[in-house]
Each structure stands twice: as C-alpha cells, then as structure tokens.
Write a protein that binds this ligand. Structure first.
Ligand SMILES: Nc1ncnc2c1ncn2[C@@H]1O[C@H](COP(=O)(O)OP(=O)(O)OP(=O)(O)O)[C@@H](O)[C@H]1O
Ligand SMILES: [Mg+2]
Length: 429
C-alpha cells in the first residue's frame, strides 16, 4: 500500500528538493509555492522511508503558527490519512516517520537532543537569528541530514542572507539555492494575482519587495547600496592614515534615558583623500552623566581601530555634539585631557535635513564605504535587535513630520562623521 503511486504536481523549480543536498534554500516573493512544495516533498519522502522532521521557525507561540496544518492538509490531499497518526502536536507516519514543531527563540536550550533529525525545515527564515542558525547547523548532524529554509527576503543584513551568501561562496558544501516568485507557481491563485496587480499600481516600491522578493526598500533618502561595492561591504582596510570617532547624544521626549551613538571612521589622506571608511558603530543608553564612564572605553576602541587599520597617524580625536549629555562629555574630557573635541556649531546648528542634504552628494558618489564590521553588526537596543545604523539611515526622510519620534542618534553621528571627513578640513593631520 505504501508503494501506491501518488500523482503530485510540484512546480518545476522545486524538483531539486528531491536531490540530496545538505542545504536547500528557497526564497522570494509571496505566493511562489514555497510552502506547498516543501510540505508536499516532505510528505512524499516520509512515505518512502521513515524520517524525522523538525518543522521550525524563530518564533512559535502555538502549533497554529507552524506548518502543522499545511502538512495535515497535504496528507489529506494525497489521500494518505490512513498512513499517519495525527495528534494535537505531532504527525506520525505508521512507517515510523515523525514530524514535530518547535520555535527556536525560546527552546534552544531544550532542543539539544535533535541528533536524530533527518530534515529540519525553517519556515519564515528571514526572522531566524544568528544565534539560532549557529545552534542549528552543528546540531543537525545525522548522516545525510538536510537543512531546508524558506523565506521572503527582508533586509540584506538578516542572518539567513549571510548564510545564503556564505553557501553561494562555498565550494565544499553542495547547496540548492533558488529564488522563487509568483511566476514560478502555475497554480498562483486569482485572489493573489488581483492583490499583486493592485499593489503594483498603488505602491511600486512595496511591490518589488512583497511580490518580486527584493529586499525591503523604504524609498527614502539614503540607499545602503551606495555604501557597498559590488553589493558587499568592504573588508577592513589594511592601511589608512587616521581614525576618528563621532558621538551624538539625544534625549528623546518621554524617555528619560539618553541614547548615545558613536561611529568609527577611517580616512586615507595620502592614497584616497576622497574616500571615507565607515568602520564601526555602537548605540547605548545611559542615565544622565553615567556616559562619562563609557568615554575611555570608546577612545580605547578608537585606538584599537587605528592599530587594526595600521593607521599611520593613529587615532585622532573623538568629535562630540555639544548638546545634551554631549556637553558633559566634552567638559569632563577637557579636564582629563582626553582626545575629545566639540563638533563645530556651524555643523550642529544646521538641522537634520540640511545636514543630510549636505552629505548626500558624497554618499551618492560612493565616497563613503561601509566595512564588514559595521555592516554585519546587530545590536539589542530598546527591545529591537537589529543593525540600527542601517535601520536609521534607510528610514530617514526629508521633512519627516514624525522625525521627533524617530530614533536617530546613529544617523546624526553618521552625518557628522561624513561631514567632518569629506566636507570639512577639520580632520587633518
Ligand atoms: N502544487 C500545487 N498545487 C495546487 N496549488 C498550489 C500548489 N502550490 C501552490 N499552490 C497554490 O499557490 C498558493 C501559494 O503557494 P504557497 O503558499 O506555497 O506560496 P509561498 O511561496 O509559500 O507564499 P508565501 O511567500 O506567501 O508564504 C497556495 O495557497 C495554493 O493555492
Ligand atoms: Mg509560505
């Protein structure tokens, strides 16, 4: 009975799901048929031989959020319900196959015993954290075990995109990596097609993201792509002339703690005076004057960057906005003879829009290059784990009415850094 032929139609692009490969990554816009194809392929394999399948995602509050129902429906569509025992939270084949469902964010520590897993399917993999990926890869270790990922791309800095890039560059690992859109789905339903057409008309930039599977673009002022070279961040430069830091502190209405942002910069005044390297950033929160205890640490990192980049003239100065807690920093640093200076008031008094306009041409001309450290950094700040630098840069809009509600300390520190490095003679030797 198990050998009965099931007539299944899977879109052509998914045929490779049947090939053995450690990694199978399918990503793209909505409605491409990813979830259906994965579910069908897994049920088919589980009928052929007993397999243990972990269906996972980063966050799973209840089984309802998992692919459980999709798998149950698929079994029914195949007319194979008699070959499975379906419980409230597991699906078991009478041949010994087993599907179980777990979110990773909360269960990592209790998931240590996953050694018997043949296939893990991570759905919504755009949300998977770096920590979960790092845990999963060495844990799924059975001979011929496979890691399947399906997702709708969000941001280029997401952990899954890094895994994808590393697999694309890997010669050791055999991987199946495939972008999918609605065009690949011969059963793309009419209701989705009407939504797609409406979206294309009403919000073209959203359309590219939702339906064509491109990274989210905010259609805003700064394009991150301008900071990249061949769509990638730069390696840490090997020789530059000097390193400097910019710091911005702001007190946002209603929040009594100060968000403080620092950016680390590298310039090469001899070889490439028109280029500025954006090395690193940090974003922290302090209660009032506590910030002055952090200053030595930031300056030490500045020195460290100057060693890492073999900066001929070493670390120059930290430039601080002379407002809010920045004023305390400057006064305290003068007393302690730290390498700290106030940013010229000509620059700080400009206002955000004019400051961003001031630096927009050098960004547009690709004179600012982001280095891997800054690009791949993810940090927890006010309950959001993200690359806040990229977030703040990409969400900036000119004459934004909600600007005062937006977190933008990093944007300011960034704009100061660019203005000092490429728009002014302040950073000299
Ligand atoms: N093999 C198939 N046979 C019949 N219909 C299918 C098949 N595959 C997909 N479909 C139809 O296409 C729709 C979209 O497929 P699916 O949900 O798998 O896409 P997806 O790529 O996972 O989309 P999303 O990115 O929105 O999660 C399904 O709801 C179903 O109606
Ligand atoms: Mg899906």
């Amino acid at each position: 009975m198990m050998n009965e032929i099931i007539h299944v139609e899977i879109p052509r692009v998914f045929e490779r799901l049947k090939e053995p490969a450690r990694y199978k990554l399918y990503y793209g816009g909505r409605g491409g048929g990813k979830s259906w194809a994965f579910a069908q392929a897994l049920i088919l394999i589980s009928l052929e031989k007993p397999i243990r399948v972990l269906c996972s995602r980063e966050f799973q509050q209840s089984i309802k959020e998992s692919v459980y129902q999709l798998l149950v429906d698929t079994i029914q569509k195949f007319g194979k319900s008699h070959l499975f025992k379906i419980t409230d939270n597991e699906i078991n084949g009478i041949n010994g196959s087993n599907f179980f469902f777990k979110g990773m964010a909360r269960n990592l520590s209790s998931m240590k015993s996953l050694e018997g897993v043949d296939i893990v399917w991570v759905e919504e993999a755009q949300s998977i954290s770096q920590k979960s990926i790092e845990f999963l890869i060495p844990t799924i270790r059975k001979k011929n075990s496979e890691l399947w990922f399906s997702w709708n791309p969000d941001e280029p800095t997401d952990a899954i995109e890094r895994l994808k890039d590393s697999l694309l560059n890997s010669v050791e690992e055999k991987s199946i990596i495939q972008k999918i859109t609605w065009r690949d789905n011969p059963w793309f339903p009419d209701v989705l097609n009407s939504e797609r057409i409406r979206c294309r008309k009403d919000s073209p930039s959203q359309y590219q993201h939702i339906w064509e599977g491109d990274f989210v673009t905010y259609g805003y002022f700064f394009e991150i792509e301008r900071l990249l070279e061949d769509k990638k961040p730069l390696k840490i430069p090997e020789y530059i002339s000097s390193v400097y830091i910019t710091m911005d502190t702001t007190m946002k209405g209603g929040i009594d703690k100060d968000g403080t942002a620092v950016c680390f910069w590298g310039v090469d005044l001899y070889e490439n005076p028109n280029l500025l390297y954006f090395l690193d950033w940090d974003l922290v929160e302090f209660e009032g004057s506590m910030i002055i205890d952090w200053v030595p640490e930031v300056l030490r990192l500045g020195e460290e960057w100057s060693r890492k980049t073999k900066a001929l003239n070493g670390f120059l100065d930290m430039y601080v906005e002379d407002k809010a807690a920045g004023t305390i920093v400057i006064q305290d640093s003068i007393r302690k003879q730290y390498k700290v200076r106030a940013i010229d008031s000509k620059l700080t008094s400009l206002g955000k829009d004019r400051r961003c306009l001031l630096i927009s041409d050098v960004i547009q001309n690709r004179q600012v290059k982001i280095v891997e450290t800054a690009f791949y950094k993810v940090k927890m700040f006010r309950n959001a784990s993200a690359n806040h630098l990229i977030r703040q840069l990409t969400s900036f809009q000119l004459s934004d009415k909600a600007a005062d509600k937006r977190q933008d300390d990093l944007l300011d520190a960034f704009a100061y850094g660019v203005a000092l490095g490429l728009k002014d003679a302040i950073v000299d030797v």
